[in-house]
Design a protein around this ligand. Sequence first.
Ligand SMILES: Cc1cc2nc3c(=O)[nH]c(=O)nc-3n(C[C@H](O)[C@H](O)[C@H](O)COP(=O)(O)OP(=O)(O)OC[C@H]3O[C@@H](n4cnc5c(N)ncnc54)[C@H](O)[C@@H]3O)c2cc1C
Length: 388
Amino acid sequence: MNPDEERRLTEFRATVRRWVAENRVEGLPKDGDVWTREVGPEMAEWLERLRRRGWLCLHWPVEYGGAGMGPLELAVLDEEFAVAGVPRPMLGFGEALVGPAIIAHGTEEQRRRLLPRIVSREDVYCQGFSEPDAGSDLAGVRTRGVVDGDTLTITGQKTWTSEAHGADMCFVLCRTDPDAPKHKGLSFVLVPMTGNGVEVRPIRQMDGRRDYSEVYFDGSRAQVADVIGGLGNGWKVTMTTLGAERSMGYAFRHFEFLSEFREVLEVVRKDGRDGDPLVRQGMAEAYTLLEAVRFLGRSELDRLTASEPEGPEMIMYKLLWSEAHRRMGEIYMDVVGPRAALRPPGEDYTVDTWHDVLFKGQAETIYAGTSEIQRNIIAERLLGLPRR
Ligand SMILES: Cc1cc2nc3c(=O)[nH]c(=O)nc-3n(C[C@H](O)[C@H](O)[C@H](O)COP(=O)(O)OP(=O)(O)OC[C@H]3O[C@@H](n4cnc5c(N)ncnc54)[C@H](O)[C@@H]3O)c2cc1C
């Protein structure tokens, strides 16, 4: 890094640190992900302060309501927020997935009309990709989009739609040309969720929560003006969306893991289990994985800073951090010991950090492409191995 750049980042770090000290809100949740419109009063205040400062949707261009930050500034801000113990909000699927897709493939009119509505949280999105028979084989989606003049009529079923119950828009991958080859007849369209023939059926999880749903579109209307990338180009837009999903959190994932590690370590110490050689071995393994995630995230950051486009390396990063986190979940259950198996009575299953990591760790190796699919891509695109 050249000295000017280094000076600029040092100044930026000081600015972030000062701003957080002066503007921090007490009682904020640990997790900054904002999936629904309803948030607690502390988070609402924190979002408002960040919005006034222009620090929402940090990597989006300023002209569309973002902060225009590059990967290094993002990493600095994440680091400062983590050290100060305040969450860095991410405005759900709007900011993370559909926003980057609109920036890359939308028309200028779509960018100016749609992106500021995500920043202001007028539009909260969910992701309508997976179907009962189209998950890993996503191009096999059967949801139909029939074009009639300026409108599309959407009919079909999506599943595992995260946070659908709190969303007012869904970005749907649908088949608009059944006669075209599998990957060619697809379109990526934004569909309103309310008063539009959309039924959301939540799926109850083993911990009592209902974070995912089946979503049924029955003659739901969308505008051709809200097709991103043009009719028949949905696969290209979807690839951008999945790329954005895989690259989420490269600069801060290890902070999240470190705070979980510290919590488990504290419990282990409090319970007097820190002298047990097996517990020590487990915690050492978890810490080693955590450091590996940190170094891999750093090398992704270097690559992005050198303006190298997102390539198969990000796929490797997603595979490694998700598998590492899954292993951490197993280790934490072991080292916490019998306490991990005890739950207070009640209808819902209270989730402690170690359960959360165990459950999340499994899910992380499935969404944004399963580990098997990531390995296939690494084998074919990175190593040049034959498909069969
Ligand atoms: C927490 C979570 C949140 C999610 N949120 C959303 C959401 O908001 N919106 C949405 O659209 N989807 C969502 N999904 C769905 C997710 O995208 C799919 O679960 C994922 O793509 C896998 O598809 P599937 O479940 O149909 O499994 P399948 O594709 O049926 O796979 C079953 C098994 O077979 C393996 N397999 C399949 N094909 C191959 C192959 N070619 N080579 C080797 N192995 C293979 C897979 O790795 C897996 O182990 C979510 C999933 C999870 C876990």
